[in-house]
Design a protein around this ligand. Sequence first.
Ligand code: UD1
Length: 422
Amino acid sequence: MDEILINGGNRLSGEVRISGAKNSALPILASTILSGGECVITNLPRVVDVLTMGKLLGILGAKVSHEGNRAVIEADMIASTEAPYDLVKTMRASVLVLGPLVARCGEAKVSLPGGCAIGSRPVNLHLAGLAKLGAEISIEHGYITARAKRLKGARIYCDTPTVTGTENLMMAASLADGVTMLENAAKEPEIVDLAHFLVKRGARIHGAGTDVITIEGVPQLHGGDHDVIPDRIEAGTYLAAGAMTRGEVTVTHCHPSHLEAVLMKLREAGADVQEEKDMVHLTMPGTLKGTDVKTLPFPGFPTDMQAQMVALMSLAEGTSVITETVFESRFMHVEELRRMGADIRVEGNRLVVTGRKALTGAPVMASDLRASAGLIVAGLAADGLTQVQRVYHLDRGYERLEEKLRALGADIQRRPMTTKMQ
Ligand code: UD1
């Protein structure tokens, strides 16, 4: 197992190119099994979750050739309709093959994702939606089984907007008989990206990016090409790191319109943020100021940027209240940030962060992908050495993180861990 060592205090400065969005790449890859024909996907981030999805598609029978940021997938034959536990337990987003498999093959068996460091993450809305489309759902021996000779279009209302749930149902409904209306759908840019790819392949989808998506089912899709959108969370993370180190950071190859809520909060925190067509420049001319943040589904402030914002606020002047409304217990980074000297009080789903003059480096443990990003951001500004352990979480979602930060001037390196962790 590796650890990341950061000697904090360097002011970050320069440009960083943003990679493709992991959360777009995963559903887009999963959707390739909806049909035969060649799918060529580019701007894939080189992260472990994308490799895991490639492995899963291979298990299902697709021919996957993946090199660098490009993959060519041909799913002319589906050899298996089962997503095994060993794979699903490493990546919850494996559940994204459920909708495509049942829609195309009439059956799917997907391991039920287990517990998660950010609280309970049920898939009941995915299942209720598929049941509305006519699938017979059962849960036995830790596996979800869905069966339907052919799915039938239906009106589906989601109690809570769910990102992967909306994606699963949009994919399944693309091959259903008749029209499906998904109400209270999630509106994240990654859903729009998936819809664009499906439409290129012959699907009839309207309204992606709004809370009502209409899908007119078609008998089959064909192959197609697609360039994955940039990762808005990666962009937000580098901007937060720039603000945290009083630096000057430009993120390039991104979509500023996907980052509005984050940019607004960075401005409230005192950053000077300039948007251009596909880049954002950030400088910190004055003091870092405390600001309140509430996570919400898109276009609200993303929960995937909460930990990075908590790190930032722990060095800001005054008191900030960070409210997490998307996940029930996504505060695993708090104890670790406290070990670095942060003053954070947990009150239910709110964090009250009182800014400190300085943080101090410490050994800390990553608990999930974005919590790890929060610890990295904190370590970049802390005095002395921060050792971030369990970095495999980071590798799931950040492409070449140390390399990109080093290019911005950070003193950061990765090394195999020498001591055994408890
Ligand atoms: C996706 C993202 C993740 C991000 C999250 C919220 C991917 C691969 N992952 O996760 O990075 O943090 O959106 O923006 O795209 N819920 C239910 N029942 C369900 C499904 C969800 O109650 O069947 C609840 C969840 O517990 C949570 C809320 O809905 O409270 C939103 O979760 P959801 O949007 O589904 O998150 P994911 O799609 O898992």
